[in-house]
Design a protein around this ligand. Structure first.
Ligand SMILES: NC(=O)c1ccc[n+]([C@@H]2O[C@H](COP(=O)([O-])OP(=O)(O)OC[C@H]3O[C@@H](n4cnc5c(N)ncnc54)[C@H](O)[C@@H]3O)[C@@H](O)[C@H]2O)c1
Length: 330
């Protein structure tokens, strides 16, 4: 069983901690927040000791694995310090998205994990669903064949406007990750944005992409659409067939080329996904399984390198918006 700590006890850190508490592969041993009240409240709720700085907790408890669920500017600036501290201490780390909006710092965290030989993953939770696993299986079985295009859409209502490109940077680590999951690396991007009435930043955008393998893709993303309706759709097409995943886990449909019979997976009532929180449960359990099994750090599903690659695409998209041009992902 892996001894686990959580650093950053906001709503998301509390969610990670509760999930570790339930997971048979983990033993939650400590929680930490620089805000004493947050650490104390989580510690009391979960029955583990509270710490107010990460290095003290890492030295006292020597956990095997840490979640870093800090936030900060653009929901990401605080990840770097405790991630580096945990990696330096030899812990496997599951960080929250976005990995970092300072690309160099993201690269440093990925490099530190590599140097220490530990696993570094990002909570790219949208890919950890039965529907996405099935779609990946269809792809691996050749039922999509040579990849042609991916159409992705992700939208939610979020009034946050803490920086000019907040919607692009904070929402789309997920959508770009799903596109990369099925399409591989993205090499070029062109982005157009619009500002909804009453908003002051770009809150809706469309991205046109080219994958390294030559396939093309489109992503529409928005912070302007009320909850209550579907929020995510992924369509992947190749010469042998096409699939559509609705809402991460609700439904996956395969349309084989030249066949009028389609295959539909619908989230089952018994044993199916209950809600969005289950994407966290699945993602966390997968990381625990991989670390327990000794999966090599460069084979981790939803790795730090994946998180970094997604953020590089988003930074290229922002440069494209600013320059009204196609930008190659560096
Ligand atoms: N994967 C998803 O679907 C999903 C959904 C929502 C949010 N998130 C991500 O989760 C993260 C956290 O979100 P939140 O709403 O809980 O944020 P939050 O700001 O409410 O909580 C973060 C906490 O981290 C603490 N903190 C900061 N630096 C610290 C340090 N060095 N050591 C210890 N504690 C420190 C802060 O004091 C704060 O209490 C964000 O990165 C966000 O993008 C992910």
């Amino acid at each position: 069983m892996l001894r686990v700590c959580v650093i950053g006890m906001g709503p998301i850190g509390n969610r990670h901690a509760s999930i570790y508490k339930e997971d048979p592969l983990a033993e939650l041993v400590g929680v930490c927040d620089i805000i004493k009240e947050r650490a104390d409240a989580a510690a009391a709720r979960l029955g583990v000791p509270a710490f107010y700085d990460a290095p003290t907790m890492l030295a006292a408890l020597a956990p095997d694995l840490c979640s870093v669920t800090t936030g900060g500017y653009e929901y990401s600036s605080d990840h770097y310090l405790p991630t580096m501290q945990a990696l330096e201490a030899g812990c496997h780390v599951l960080g929250e998205k976005p990995i970092s909006n300072e690309i160099e710092k993201g690269a440093e965290m990925v490099a530190k994990a590599r140097e220490k030989g530990v696993c570094y993953a990002i909570n790219l939770n949208h890919r950890f669903t039965p529907a996405a696993y099935l779609a990946k299986r269809w792809q691996n079985e050749g039922r999509i064949g040579h990849l042609l295009f991916i159409n992705m859409a992700l939208w939610i209502k979020n009034p946050a406007e803490s920086s000019p490109y907040y919607m692009i940077k904070a929402l789309n680590p997920h959508s770009v990750d799903i596109m990369r999951y099925f399409g591989g690396d993205i090499e070029a991007v062109q982005c157009f944005g619009t500002t909804a009435p009453g908003r002051s930043i770009i809150t809706t955008a469309h991205f046109s992409m080219r994958f390294k393998n030559g396939a093309v893709g489109g992503l529409t993303a928005s912070y302007d659409i009320e909850r209550g309706h579907p929020m995510e759709r992924c369509e992947v097409a190749g010469v042998n067939g096409r699939f559509v995943i609705e809402d991460m886990w609700r439904e996956a449909t395969l349309y084989p080329a030249g066949d009028y019979v389609k295959h539909v997976y619908t989230n089952p009532v018994f044993g199916g996904m209950r809600d969005f929180e289950d994407t966290f449960r699945n993602r966390i359990h997968k990381f625990l399984e991989e670390v327990t099994a000794g999966v090599p750090p460069d084979h981790i599903d939803g790795s730090g390198a994946d998180g970094l690659a997604a953020q590089k695409v988003l930074h290229a998209a922002i440069e494209s918006l600013q320059t009204e041009s196609v930008v190659y992902v560096k």
